[in-house]
Design a protein around this ligand. Structure first.
Ligand code: IMP
Ligand code: MG
Length: 177
């Protein structure tokens, strides 16, 4: 039988998200002072985080988007990564920052990082809103982390379950009934 899920409490509220995103923006702006950035949003989960984050950057910033295959309607990683939408821009010589919603097993990002490094960016860093270090199946780590969290299935502020709940302005989680 299919599992049934119920909503947990609010894990991180609107104000906490806003504060942390602004801190990350300040940190990134400081690290890239005098340089320019190409921020790459990994669709669809990172879209809310990305749009808030780039408004907190005071260095020259360009944006682009990529879509990779994710979990479908399941909550478990398959480890299979497929590029559904590639970049529009040439990243050679650019200071690339991959903007992700969450690092779980890390398999998606490991693949993506190698894929993009092959195109010779000037530098490449990873910025993730959420990190579930407990779940890591590979040696990938982010350079900028919004919140390090325990192992729960997260929804809201861009993150989905079966494409739903991305529009919630706060971060919550689902529990098995
Ligand atoms: P990974 O390859 O296991 O690190 O998973 C990467 C992708 O899986 C993320 O970019 C998310 O789209 C999705 N994902 C992982 N954990 C969660 C979660 O708790 N809620 C919603 N999506 C998740
Ligand atoms: Mg995703």
């Amino acid at each position: 039988m299919e599992k049934q899920y119920v909503f947990g409490d609010v894990m991180i509220n609107k104000e906490e998200i806003k504060k942390r995103v602004s801190e990350l923006g300040a940190e990134i702006s400081k690290d890239y002072k005098g340089e320019s950035i190409l921020a790459i949003c990994v669709l669809k989960g990172a879209v809310l985080f990305m749009s808030d984050l780039i408004r907190e950057l005071n260095v020259e910033t360009k944006i682009d988007f990529m879509a990779v295959s994710s979990y479908g309607a399941s909550t478990k990683s398959t480890g299979v990564v497929r590029i559904l939408k590639d970049l529009d821009s040439n990243i050679e010589g650019e200071n690339v920052i991959i903007v992700e919603d969450i690092i779980d097993s890390g398999l998606t990002l490991k693949y993506l990082k190698e894929y993009l490094l092959a195109r010779n960016p000037k530098s490449l860093k990873i910025c993730t809103l959420l990190d579930k270090p407990e779940r890591r199946a590979t040696d990938i780590r982010a350079d900028y982390v919004g919140f390090s969290i325990e192992n729960k299935f997260i929804v809201g502020y861009g993150l989905d379950y079966d494409q739903k709940y991305r529009n919630l302005p706060y971060i919550s989680y689902l529990e098995e009934e």
